[in-house]
Design a protein around this ligand. Structure first.
Ligand code: BGC
Length: 427
C-alpha cells in the first residue's frame, strides 16, 4: 500500500538542538557550568537559525512534505512578560519558507528547554508555570496562528516520571557495581549522562543555586514528582484552551515518549504496570485532543524479575538501546486500543554511523505504519528524528540520528542516502 494523498512524511528537529546560541535558556546555562553533565556545550549547534532556508529546501528537494520543529520559548520571552517580536518574525520566516517549499510545518511550543526565569520561579513543579506557559502559547498563536495548522504543545510530556524511575535504578546499580551502571542510560529515549551527573552532583548543586536560586532546579528533563508530572499535562490543557480561543481550527496535540513494552513469560504484570505508568494514566488529560504525537525508538522487555537487558547479541544503536524498528507498529496498535483519535508519529529514528542501517530502520518502521493504516488506524503522518545530526543534549554532538550530516567546522550540510529514501516513500 502506498500512503494516501495528504499523508505527512517529514523530519523533526528541536530548536535548542539545531539553532545555536539559545542563550536565555536553562540548558544553555547548565552547559556553561564548571561541573556540567554535558559532554560539550550546544554553542552554534547546527546554525539552523541562519541556515533554515537551505535545510528546508533540501528536505523539499528530497520529497518530504512536513517539517516538525520547535519555537524556542526563551527566545520569544527572554524575560518574564517581555516578548521579543524580532524572534516572532524569525519563526514567521521559517513557517513561510516551509509553505513556499510545499512543506507542512508542525510546530512544537516546548521541546525540553525553558527560559531561565521560569526555572527560577520553580520550573516544572510550580503551579505558576501553567499560566506562564499558556500565556506564551497564546502569544505565539496570536502572532503566528494564521499560518499554522498543527501545534504540539509539549514534547514528551511523560518524560519526568521515566527519568525519576531511571535515576532511582541508576543509583541502585551504581551502589552495586559502578562499572555496570552506565548500561541503565540506554533505557531512556533521550541523551543523558547519568554517570557524570551522579559524580558531579554536589558541585553542580552549588552552581545551580547560583544560576537558578535553587540547588535542584526543576528543568523540564528532571526527575519529576507525581504532582509535577500531572502539572505538565495541566499546562498542556491550559495551552490548548488558549490556542483554541484564538484559532479554534488549529489542530492541537501533545507528544509522548512510548516504548514497545513486551512481556516474556512471567513478565506480564511488570509490562502492564509500565504501560499504565508510561501511557494509560495520561488518557484523561489528552481526551478530545485533535491528535496524539507518538515518539518511539525501541522496545523494552520484561521477565519474571522485571525489566530485562537487551537480548543477547542484539544490534545496539549508538544510544545503547536495541535496533528494533518493529517497535513503532506495536506501539501504534497498543495506543490505538486506548486512544482512538488521530495519531502522528512525531519522532522515530535511530543513531547509527552506517546510513544503510538507517534506511533499513525507516523501511521497516514505515512498513509497520502501513500495516496499521491498512487495519484502519488513523495515522496521519510520520516524522523521522532527526533532519540532521545535532546536539543530543547531555551527550553532545556524538550521536548521529540525522538524515543529513553537518560538518562541524564549516556547517556544510551533507544529505545522506536515507534522506532521499524517506522522500521516495511518499508515493
Ligand atoms: C527527544 C529528542 C531527542 C531524541 C533522541 C527524544 O526523546 O524528543 O529531543 O534528541 O529523543 O534521543
Amino acid at each position: 500500500m502506498s500512503f494516501p494523498e495528504g499523508f505527512l512524511i517529514g523530519a523533526a528537529t528541536a530548536a535548542h538542538q539545531v539553532e545555536g546560541n539559545n542563550i536565555h535558556s536553562d540548558y544553555w546555562a547548565q552547559e556553561q557550568m564548571p561541573h556540567t553533565s554535558f559532554t560539550e556545550p550546544s554553542g552554534l549547534a547546527c546554525d539552523h537559525y541562519n541556515r533554515f532556508e537551505e535545510d528546508i529546501r533540501l528536505m523539499a528537494e528530497a520529497g518530504l512534505n512536513a517539517y516538525r520543529f520547535s519555537i524556542e520559548w526563551a527566545r520569544i520571552e527572554p524575560e518574564e512578560g517581555k516578548f521579543d517580536d524580532a524572534e516572532i518574525e524569525h519563526y514567521r520566516r521559517v513557517i513561510r519558507c516551509c509553505r513556499e517549499n510545499g512543506i507542512e510545518p508542525l510546530v512544537t511550543l516546548m521541546h525540553f528547554t525553558s527560559p531561565v526565569w521560569l526555572i527560577r520561579k520553580g520550573g516544572w513543579e510550580a503551579e505558576s508555570t501553567i499560566g506562564d506557559f499558556s500565556r506564551y502559547a497564546a502569544y505565539v498563536t496570536e502572532k503566528l496562528g494564521e499560518d499554522i495548522r498543527y501545534i504540539c504543545t509539549i514534547n514528551e510530556a511523560n518524560m519526568g516520571l521515566q527519568l525519576a524511575a531511571i535515576a532511582k535504578r541508576f543509583r541502585m546499580m551504581a551502589e552495586q557495581a559502578q562499572k555496570n551502571a552506565k548500561k541503565a542510560e540506554g533505557t531512556v529515549q533521550v541523551g543523558m549522562n547519568f554517570e557524570k551527573m551522579m559524580e558531579n552532583m554536589k558541585y553542580a548543586a552549588a552552581e545551580n543555586a547560583g544560576i537558578f536560586g535553587t540547588p535542584q532546579p526543576q528543568i523540564f528533563v528532571s526527575s519529576r514528582t507525581p504532582e509535577g508530572d500531572i502539572l505538565v499535562f495541566r499546562a498542556h490543557q491550559a495551552a490548548k484552551a488558549a490556542i483554541k480561543a484564538i484559532h479554534p481550527e488549529i489542530k492541537v496535540g501533545i507528544t509522548l515518549s512510548v516504548h514497545d513494552l513486551q512481556a516474556l513469560p512471567g513478565g506480564e504484570a511488570f509490562a502492564e504496570a509500565a504501560w499504565d505508568e508510561e501511557f494509560r494514566q495520561y488518557l484523561p488529560y489528552i481526551e478530545g485532543d485533535d491528535f496524539l504525537g507518538v515518539q518511539n525508538y525501541t522496545r523494552t522487555q520484561y521477565g519474571p524479575q522485571g525489566q530485562l537487558p537487551c537480548p543477547e547479541g542484539a544490534e545496539l544503536t549508538q544510544m545503547d538501546y536495541e535496533f528494533y524498528p518493529e517497535a513503532l507498529e506495536h506501539v501504534i496498535r497498543r495506543i490505538h486500543a486506548d486512544f482512538t483519535g488521530d495519531l502522528i508519529v512525531t519522532e522515530n529514528g535511530v543513531a547509527v554511523s552506517d546510513d544503510s542501517r538507517r534506511v533499513e530502520f525507516i523501511r521497516r518502521a514505515l512498513e509497520g505504519v502501513r500495516h496499521c493504516m491498512e487495519d484502519g488506524i488513523p495515522v496521519k503522518g510520520y516524522c523521522y528524528w532527526s533532519l540532521m545530526d545535532n546536539f543530543e543534549w547531555q551527550k553532545g554532538f556524538s550521536m548521529t540520528f540525522g538524515l543529513m550530516a553537518v560538518d562541524r567546522e564549516t556547517m556544510e550540510r551533507k544529505p545522506k542516502e536515507s534522506l532521499k529514501y524517506l522522500g521516495s516513500q511518499r508515493c
